[in-house]
Structures are given as structure tokens and as C-alpha cells.
Design a protein around this ligand. Structure first.
Ligand code: PSU
Ligand code: MN
Length: 354
């Protein structure tokens, strides 16, 4: 399908307070995402590692579909991000979503480090928080919803294991709506690292920083926000200043898991990681999988509930942000712009039927 790229680019550059979506052969937009971006409408990015590595099939597929539906019901357009057929897809067609859910851990988990390689090799890649933030920025999407962000791992003194999500938050201006940071991680150190990176960490209707499965990590949220308009105003200021750093909106889990059950499972899973020589990018998927097994599905149930709730909050923020754009708030300074010459190579951003 051929798109009128010139018109789309012009519309995007006037309707959006940031530059328009990157259009070259490496990035593909679904029709609905493309249309929404062209007129500055609300779009919510969704990650795909949570589908491939974060949940088992078929719950992963059901959840991904339901989360997209929730975004639509709340007035925004969902843009699930993944790498397939040599392109970074922003907005997955139904068949692609199903394929990714079935690929599971056969898909490559893609943080910043992995994206170009998987594209170059024509593989199937699921984007993490880090990878999805990058895609969001390329597309001009400012709000991204997920379950939990990565963090500083316990035992970091020995392993140096700090998720690439955290440095990405420091360098990419996207709001990440999540349920905080899991207690499989070192939460105080994660918050310290985010502060160093210049990331605005906001508790949603709470003073406490949530811990994913549970609503209170014992740490305070550095900033409290209660309404979507507050986050939208933050985004506008951050964009207009060209600060290039992101934010975390941490939403308390509406269906917290039993802390005792979770902690016991966690202890065991962490021991297995240590004893089993599990390292690097395998660690988080392993912990999630074992947690689900050890809690008899309790952790998965809670995980699904919080993702859906986050989708409501993120959609409201995206809608509020789009309303601000419509109010004429825009920046003309062009913080960074992609060469327009690249657009000629792929004026059709094929939505690659599968
Ligand atoms: N936490 C979850 N589910 C997930 C992840 C984290 O509850 O699926 C995924 C996200 O994609 C996140 C990634 O970006 O794990 C972090 O991995 P690592 O710790 O290897 O950086
Ligand atoms: Mn890691």
C-alpha cells in the first residue's frame, strides 16, 4: 500500500510538537498508527518482550490483544513494537502478534544493543522497555505502557547487572507507564540509578513507589502525580526544553499478589539463578517463568491485571498529551531531525502483510 508520505510528513510536523515519524525502509507503521501520528492523535506504544519472554502462550497472546483493546477503548491507538521481516514494526498486524506470541523465547530479546543486529540479520525480535522506547522516539510516540521496567539486580556488586532500560530512560524522552520495579531487583539502588540518569520517577496516586506485585516497596516515589494532565504537562515541558530524558509513571497494582507467597518463590528462583549459572539477558525471563511456576500462576494473574490497569492510565496520559498539542503548544527548535532523503527509499511503509 502506497501512502502519501509528503502529506503525512507535513501533517505530522504541524500537528505534533516534535518531529514526525521516521520513515524509511527499516520502520513500518500499522495503518492506524500511521494515521494517528499524521494528525498528532494519541498513540500508546506497547512492548513485545513481555509477550515473548514475560508470559507463557496462550496467556501472552490473550493479554496482548486485551491490552490493545483497552487502549482503543480509552481513546488512543495501540502501537505494539517488534522486529519482523527485516523491519521495526510500530503497530503489529494481528497475524504478526500471533506469530510473536507463538515464537516465545525463540524471538530475540532486543534492548538497544540488539536492535540493529536483528534487523540486519532479518530475524524476529521482541523489544524490551529499552528497545520499545527507541522505537517510540523514532515514531514520535511519547507514551509507552508496560508491566515492569528492568532495574539494578540484587547482587550488582558482583555481577554489574543493571538493566539497559535504566540508561535508556536517561537518554530517550518517553514516559514509561509501569507498575514499578519488582522485588527480584534492588529497588533502592534502581531508584538511585534513575536519579543519576535524570529520570523523573512519578508515583501514580501514591506517595509510595510500587513494587510490581505489591503496592509498596518501602521506598517513596520521588514525585507524586494524580491526574493525566500533570504528566502531559511534564511531557510538554520536557519536550519543549529538549531535555532528552524520560520518565517513569509507576502505578500501584490493582490486584496485588500475596507478599509471602511471592517472597518465598522469589528466594528460591534467585537461588536457582545463582546456582544455575544464569546470567545476562536470560536472568529476567528465567525469574519470571519460575515465579509463575512456583506460585502456581498467582504471579501471572497479578501481572496480567496490572498491565491492563497500566494501559488505562497510559491511554489517559496520551489523550491528555494530544489535547495539549491541539492547543498549539509546539516547539520549533528541531532538537534533532532525520534526513528527509531517506524517505524516498521507502515512501510506502508497507504494512507487510504476513
Ligand atoms: N519485567 C516483567 N516482565 C517483562 C520484563 C520485565 O515483569 O517481560 C522484560 C521487559 O521487556 C524489560 C526486560 O524491559 O524484561 C528487562 O530485562 P533485563 O532485566 O534483562 O534488562
Ligand atoms: Mn541484565
Amino acid at each position: 500500500m502506497i501512502r502519501n508520505v509528503r502529506r503525512a510528513r507535513r501533517a505530522a510536523s504541524t500537528a505534533s510538537s516534535r518531529r514526525g515519524p521516521l520513515r524509511n525502509g527499516l520502520v513500518t507503521y500499522s495503518d492506524e498508527v500511521s494515521a494517528a501520528l499524521a494528525h498528532g492523535g494519541p498513540v500508546v506504544a506497547l512492548e513485545s518482550t513481555i509477550i515473548s519472554h514475560g508470559m507463557p502462550y496462550p496467556q501472552n497472546l490473550d493479554t496482548a490483544r486485551e491490552v490493545e483493546a483497552i487502549v482503543r477503548d480509552n481513546g488512543a491507538v495501540p502501537a505494539t513494537v517488534a522486529i519482523m521481516d527485516g523491519a521495526l514494526h510500530v503497530g503489529l498486524e494481528a497475524a504478526h502478534l500471533e506469530r510473536l506470541a507463538k515464537e516465545g523465547q525463540n524471538a530475540t530479546k532486543c534492548s538497544r544493543r540488539d536492535i540493529s543486529l536483528v534487523l540486519a540479520r532479518g530475524g524476529v525480535g521482541a523489544t524490551t522497555v529499552s528497545g520499545t522506547m527507541i522505537a517510540s522516539e523514532l515514531a514520535g510516540i511519547e507514551v509507552f505502557v508496560t508491566g515492569g521496567v528492568g532495574g539494578v539486580h540484587r547482587g550488582v556488586e558482583d555481577t554489574m547487572d543493571v538493566s539497559a532500560d535504566l540508561s535508556e530512560l536517561g537518554r530517550t524522552p518517553v514516559v514509561v507507564v509501569c507498575a514499578g520495579v519488582k522485588s527480584i531487583l534492588d529497588i533502592p539502588r534502581t531508584l538511585e540509578f534513575l536519579e543519576t540518569q535524570g529520570v523523573a520517577v512519578m508515583g501514580w496516586n501514591t506517595d509510595d513507589f510500587p513494587a510490581f506485585f505489591t503496592v509498596d516497596s518501602g521506598e517513596k516515589a520521588p514525585i507524586r502525580v494524580d491526574e493525566p494532565e500533570e504528566v502531559a504537562a511534564w511531557l510538554r515541558a520536557n519536550t519543549d526544553l529538549g531535555l532528552r530524558s524520560g520518565a517513569v509513571v509507576a502505578v500501584p497494582n490493582p490486584e496485588p499478589a500475596d507478599q509471602v507467597v511471592i517472597d518465598a518463590a522469589l528466594d528460591q528462583a534467585l537461588r536457582e539463578v545463582k546456582g544455575g549459572g544464569i546470567t545476562g539477558k536470560e536472568t529476567t525471563p528465567y525469574l519470571l517463568k519460575r515465579l509463575n511456576e512456583l506460585t502456581g500462576g498467582e504471579s501471572l494473574r497479578s501481572n496480567i491485571a496490572l498491565v491492563k490497569n497500566n494501559a488505562i492510565v497510559g491511554s489517559r496520559i496520551a489523550v491528555s498529551r494530544a489535547a495539549l498539542r491541539g492547543n498549539g503548544a509546539r516547539v520549533t527548535s528541531g532538537i534533532r531531525s532525520f534526513s528527509s532523503s531517506s524517505s524516498s527509499s521507502s515512501s510506502s511503509s508497507s504494512s507487510s502483510s504476513s
